[in-house]
Ligand binder design. Structure first.
Ligand SMILES: [Mg+2]
Length: 223
């Protein structure tokens, strides 16, 4: 019954955790702060705080990109104002080179793209997401990538999903299935407009139509 599969990118097809760790290590090793486990841990704490501020509307995405590094320098007694921005630029550049895949992503997409039209729906920076996808063998199976920055709207907003369906040219919501790891963006966005969804997670929730713990379980749903 489904015709279109909408795949989230980060931590659904692309391993963002691995990509982030590698990019951070490369970036900070090149910068005055250096890299070790303690700095890595503090980065995550600061990054989470900045993302919470963004959700509350207390910062912007561009400010977050720089402040997380500036604050990290400050915490370790260095001049965040001086180094934050250049470190953020190096991180963006390094992150855009990371194309680590989630287990099974290539094989599952290869198989499913024979029967369904497959798309990417991702919240992120256009340049970074395109460049990372280019590093993978996945694009041959993907008809189009919808990236929040260039669309001017993001999951879970209804506008984002409306624009996706308009581009594809089919407003029959029952023909779509979204697959993603985020309950608050992928699954909630779909739930709010009555689209079926697959939650790729170890968690429990009534909101998604299906729950899977690895990508190969999509075969049970779709083949
Ligand atoms: Mg994700």
């Amino acid at each position: 019954m489904y015709k279109y599969l909408l795949f989230d990118a980060d931590n659904t097809l692309l391993d963002f955790d691995l990509a982030e760790a590698q990019a951070l290590k490369e970036t900070l090793s090149l910068c005055p702060l250096g890299f070790n486990d303690e700095i890595h841990k503090r980065y995550h704490v600061i990054n989470d705080l900045e993302w919470k501020k963004l959700e509350r509307g207390e910062t912007t995405r561009e400010k977050l990109r720089i402040d997380r590094f500036a604050n990290l320098y400050n915490e370790f007694g260095m001049d965040g104002e001086r180094y934050g921005s250049s470190t953020a630029d190096i991180y963006t550049e390094r992150l855009s080179k990371q194309g680590q895949l989630i287990d099974g992503a290539e094989e599952v997409l290869r198989t499913l793209s024979k029967k369904y039209r497959c798309f990417i729906v991702t919240n992120g920076i256009t340049e970074v997401q395109r460049s990372r996808m280019d590093k993978t063998p996945l694009l041959q199976f993907i008809e189009h990538s919808f990236i929040s920055q260039e669309m001017g709207c993001a999951k879970p907003s209804r506008v984002f999903f409306d624009k996706v369906m308009e581009h594809i040219g089919d407003d029959d919501i029952s023909a779509y299935l979204i697959i993603g790891d985020s309950l608050t963006s992928d699954i909630k966005g779909a739930y709010d407009i009555g689209m079926d969804s697959v939650w790729y997670s170890n968690g429990k929730s009534d909101m998604p139509t299906y729950c899977i713990e690895n990508l190969f379980e999509l075969y049970d749903i779709l083949l």
